[in-house]
Design a protein around this ligand. Structure first.
Ligand code: NOJ
Length: 490
């Protein structure tokens, strides 16, 4: 049965794995317990409370530091093959450096990893999801070239501590968000506005940091632990507003997806074609004596090239792009427009809006994005490391179910019709959490979290029941009665 045609079927290939994700700052809370150091998110939310919609912060969040057993239980209720979470750098290394390793910090992650393992759930671990230790920020953070070595040192600690049990690693999550998103707007940690300079420097250093951490694993840890390492890129699918903008849309993809992919995944390595030239031109026009977009040396190109075991893709939404009119106001990249390309980003009126302004629904975008990756970088193994949908509170989340269903259907088409090797799908998020500048106002959770309850009680939404049945059946063709709301929690 099912509505996808007999030839296709709603069945996922054998070995396909389903997960759900969270990140340390968004769920852990316990911002100052034991010897945890302060990070740039702790500082940003305390210094700029009005930058967060509901004036909230992640001091307590879902209190997963204390509620990790419930988190593991939820992962088991869903039947997840793996749980994606991130490590808090300053919880493990209070100074940011490996001169001191926090026993309590390591213990927390051991409890979580072992708890998952006891239920047969793998851990997919993100080493960095935006919570940089403050002492490193005070030395320039991602704009200091030494960050690549500091990150490698930190990676060595976590591979050593957890590598015997963790086989899937992501070095960094969404460089486009913590480089371009932060420095181009100044709204978000570390709260530094440096649109023409900071974001570009960060871009380069993230790639070097990732590469060093990958090479370290490859050389010292792979032989004994045999795991796999990549990074998670946020890919915004971009289409031309009309045919005349086809080349512009391709350049925009190179300047977004390509900026963090070409150096690692292409055969040639280095920045993607066309991008350095375009940015150099804009810099000169703005009065800089030379390009502020840093180039790679030959050695750096070689260092970064090939540092992957799979492609990690976060995907949510799509844009249309067109040339800007002269004097048209352009909002900062990547959640506004594309000023580097003198281009305006819009959306199709066929794409339904959601509760957040950056998110319009275009399920076909994910299939096109996957095909683009294959066409650009060859027949890679692709793991979808995030995909999910925002709502306001409420357990009856049919719009979220619809989003998952339609995206999963497109992924099946991608696998079966386009021959793309997608092997993992990660729903974002396991539970509602601190959604950055939106605070707790918008919810991405399969489980609803009651943030007024000191216990932070978690309750499954209808989408949790739906996702659990997809996982159980390994198929989109699931009996219709399984999506009825059902309280799993006492
Ligand atoms: C991507 C980020 O990695 C995650 O932290 C965030 O919550 C989701 N997108 C939703 O905005």
């Amino acid at each position: 049965a099912g509505c996808y045609g007999k030839d296709l079927g709603g069945q996922f290939p054998p070995g396909f794995k389903f997960g759900a994700g969270t990140s340390s700052y968004q769920v852990e809370g316990a911002w100052n317990v034991s010897d945890k150091g302060v990070n740039i998110l702790d500082k940003f939310v305390h210094d700029h409370p009005t930058s967060i919609k509901d004036l909230s912060n992640g001091d307590v969040a879902c209190d997963s530091y204390h509620n990790w057993e419930r988190d593991v239980e939820m992962a088991a209720e869903l039947g997840l093959d793996y749980y994606r979470f991130s490590l808090s750098w300053s919880r493990i290394l209070p100074t940011g450096f490996p001169n001191k390793i926090s026993k309590d910090g390591v213990k927390y992650y051991n409890k979580l990893i072992n708890g998952l393992q006891a239920k047969g759930i793998e851990a997919m671990v993100t080493i960095y999801h935006w919570d940089l230790p403050l002492p490193l920020q005070e030395l320039g953070g991602w704009t200091n070239p030494l960050i690549a070595d500091w990150f490698e040192d930190y990676a060595r600690v976590v591979y050593t501590q957890f590598g015997d049990r963790v086989k899937l690693w992501l070095t960094v999550n969404e460089p486009i968000s913590f480089c371009d998103g932060s420095y181009n707007t100044g709204v978000g940690a570390p709260g530094v506005l440096s649109p023409d300079v900071g974001a570009y420097i960060c871009n380069k250093h993230v790639l070097l940091a990732h590469a060093k951490a990958w090479r370290l694993y490859d050389k010292e840890f792979r032989p004994k632990f045999n795991g796999r390492v990549s990074l998670a890129n946020n890919l915004l699918w971009i289409e031309p507003y009309s045919e005349e903008y086809t080349d512009l849309a391709e350049l925009a993809l190179q300047n977004s997806a390509g900026r963090y992919s070409h150096p690692i995944f292409s055969e040639a390595g280095g920045w993607p074609p066309g991008v350095e030239e375009v940015i150099a031109k804009v810099c000169l026009e703005k009065g800089y004596p030379r390009s502020t977009f840093p180039s790679f040396s030959k050695e750096e190109i070689e260092l970064v090239k090939g540092t992957y075991d799979y492609y990690g893709m976060n995907h949510y939404t799509s844009r249309l792009i067109r040339e800007a009119h002269p004097d048209e106001k352009l909002l900062p990249w990547p959640y506004g427009d594309a000023p580097d390309l003198k281009a305006k980003m819009t959306v199709s009126d066929k794409w339904p809006a959601t509760v957040v302004p950056w998110f319009y629904v275009n399920p076909k975008g994910i299939r096109k994005q996957l095909a683009w990756l294959k066409q650009q970088y060859g027949d890679l193994e692709i793991m979808i490391t995030e995909n999910g949908f925002p709502t306001y509170h409420g357990l009856n989340d049919t719009a979220r179910i619809d989003y998952y269903k339609k995206n999963l259907k497109q992924i099946l088409l991608s696998i079966n019709k386009d021959g793309v090797n997608v092997t993992h799908y990660t729903a974002w998020s396991l539970m509602d959490n601190f959604e950055w500048a939106d605070g707790y106002t918008t919810k991405f959770g399969l489980y609803e979290v009651d943030f007024n309850d000191p216990k932070r009680t978690r309750t499954p939404r209808e989408s949790a029941i739906y996702y659990a049945s997809v996982i159980k059946n390994r198929s989109l063709d699931i009996p219709s009665n399984t999506t009825k709301p059902k309280q799993k929690q006492k």
